[in-house]
Design a protein. Sequence first.
Length: 216
Amino acid sequence: MKLVVFGAHSPTGRLVTAMAMAAGHTVTAITLRPADFPFCDHRVQVAAADAMDADAVDWVVRGHDAVISVIGAPSSWKPVTVCSQIAYNIVKAAINHGVRRLLCVGSAALDAADLSPAALLRQRAMRPVVLASSHAVQRDVRCMEKIVRGNGLDWTLFRPGRLVGRSDVTDYRIVTRPAPRLLTSRVDLAHALVREITQCDYVGETIYVATARRVQ
Ligand SMILES: NC(=O)c1ccc[n+]([C@@H]2O[C@H](COP(=O)([O-])OP(=O)(O)OC[C@H]3O[C@@H](n4cnc5c(N)ncnc54)[C@H](OP(=O)(O)O)[C@@H]3O)[C@@H](O)[C@H]2O)c1
């Protein structure tokens, strides 16, 4: 398949790119930092594009079979619109060019909003600074998820837990309900994304990747 990967230079995006190439796909890798993109291969084409720019996104999405987005934004005290604006641009371009399949990475942290008020208060008391500065990003990611779900594409949303670095793919589980204290390794997340692009097991679903102790 011809894939376009947004956030291809992120730690997870680089793994997605490598695994997609290994699986026989070609990748258009979108990054703000093309100069030090680590892959030089006939199966990968690097495109320098600011995904906040709708015209740039429209241009890069054209001619592909599917889109994977691992766009993320750093914590901020100010309102953030990176994930939602980019999702809007991607969805618009995908509809425009008849690209139906869209895989997007959100965050299991959004489930904190479903905690009881008492549990939320306990969390805030323990980590007030972190929670306050990540609140704006979570609002943006929630808005991104709404945009992805609401436009009639063949979407799958991935909600990883806290991301960790591991070298090997584990015997990870995909679950469709929030899992407490979820831990997701980037290599498992990348593996699950590349697998889902062809398997299409979770079209129209929000899924969680739970990293295991045992490697595959
Ligand atoms: N860290 C965690 O514990 C955690 C937990 C849950 C979910 N997540 C989500 O998991 C995903 C992967 O996380 P990660 O830590 O591997 O990556 P990351 O550090 O969050 O990388 C974010 C990526 O977004 C890209 N990006 C941001 N603004 C852009 C713009 N205007 N145009 C084009 N690209 C833009 C960056 O591009 P460049 O590299 O080209 O600058 C970067 O590759 C993200 O969606 C993140 O939100 C992370």
